[in-house]
Design a protein around this ligand. Structure first.
Ligand code: NAD
Length: 343
């Protein structure tokens, strides 16, 4: 099936082509992000394959539908960038990658936490310049501390298990409690209690209308003073301006983010020779206790391999009229039990 693959990077091209070797779909690789201006590039493609910063809103979907697109396959777990309701109205099926190594993201979240708490990135920059001083590099033991996990699905539960291994008390908040989280010693509490008691807060819930800015000025004011916030989920979960204010007053002791609300125009590109006009990200990276990475938590051999295989399998299933096991429901996701919890 002819498929336009938006936001293609070198690794997407080689790994998707490899996963497609038997299926033989006609893949049209495009470096551009999908927007209303680039939708025309998919003319004649029955399927469109997108990534997290492609814009798959109602307007773009109607442009695609008018050109004959009948399937949108996102190479991601999160699908907040796709207007699933509009797709359903237009008769476009939407599939995602429900399951790919959740370890990739959970392990990266732990890495970010260690990096910001123990100032590992700062230390590395210093030693490269011959500075072996320890001033300013002190962190705290994670052992014995309390870690709050917001969203205890596949990734959150693995993160929680790792933190239990560090000797942490683990609190969780999720409208759909996961028995595995409780089985590994996690305890569910209300969101306010999680914020108030946690030395570390890690976000692992999807971005929906209910969770947008779930971390804001008010919730940060109720957080334990000096807590570290880790976000590997979606940038829109955090009101970044509020986080900056909390960092300035030391209410927030550290921030480690792999995702950023305005990342679409920045991430997955080399902008090192240009003037970055986003003052918020520039302010963020200027803090010594902030680490920003460019949405790379998923980026392991295992995860990427599974993403590409599932994507090709979904395109094949659609072409053959088979059941779409990774179909995105058109209804509001947070009002439905989340499938795929670890059993
Ligand atoms: P999952 O569906 O297994 O778990 C999500 C959990 O969040 C569910 O248990 C759900 O009930 C819970 N949830 C929903 N609304 C909530 C709320 N208001 N408060 C607290 N919890 C809530 O998903 P997953 O595979 O663990 O992925 C979690 C998120 O991680 C994805 O939605 C995606 O945004 C993000 N992600 C990021 C990367 C990356 O590279 N940075 C990669 C993959 C996934």
């Amino acid at each position: 099936m002819k498929t336009a693959v938006f936001s293609t990077r070198r690794y997407d091209k080689s790994l998707l082509a490899q996963a497609n070797s038997e299926a033989g779909h006609e893949l049209v690789f495009l470096q551009d992000r999908l927007t209303r201006d680039t939708a025309a590039l998919a003319a004649g493609c029955a399927a469109v394959c997108v990534f997290v910063n492609d814009n798959v809103d109602a307007e773009v979907l109607s442009l695609l539908a008018a050109q004959g697109t009948r399937l949108v396959a996102t190479r991601s777990t999160g699908y907040n960038h796709v207007d699933a309701g509009a797709a359903a109205r237009l008769g476009i099926e939407v599939v995602r990658v429900t399951d790919y190594s959740p370890h990739s993201v959970a392990e990266f979240a732990v890495g970010l936490l260690l990096a910001v708490n123990r100032k590992i990135a700062r230390a590395s920059v210093r030693t490269r310049e011959g500075n072996f001083e320890l001033d300013g590099l002190m962190g705290f033991d994670l052992h014995g501390k309390t870690v709050g996990v917001v969203g205890t699905g596949k990734i959150g539960t693995i993160f929680a298990r790792i933190m239990r291994g560090f000797g942490c008390t683990v609190l969780g908040h999720d409208p759909y409690p996961n028995p595995v989280f409780a089985a590994i010693g996690g305890r569910y509490v209300a969101a306010e209690e999680l914020m108030a008691r946690s030395d570390v807060i890690s976000l692992h819930c999807p971005l929906t209308e209910d969770t947008r800015h779930i971390v804001n000025a008010q919730t940060l004011a109720g957080a334990k003073r000096g807590a570290i916030l880790v976000n590997t989920s979606r940038g829109g979960l955090v009101d970044t301006e509020a986080a900056i204010q909390a960092l300035k007053t030391a209410q927030l002791g550290g921030l480690a983010i792999d995702v950023y609300e305005q990342e679409a125009s920045l991430f997955f590109q080399d902008l090192s020779s240009t003037i970055i006009t986003d003052d918020v990200i520039q302010r963020l990276v200027s803090f010594p206790n902030v680490i920003v990475t460019g949405h790379q938590a998923f980026f392991t051999e295992e995860a990427i391999g599974q993403i590409m295989q599932t994507t090709i399998a979904s395109i094949s299933a659609f072409e053959q009229g088979a059941a779409l096991v990774h179909r995105i429901p058109a209804a509001e996701p947070t009002r439905q039990p989340q499938p795929g919890h670890e059993k």
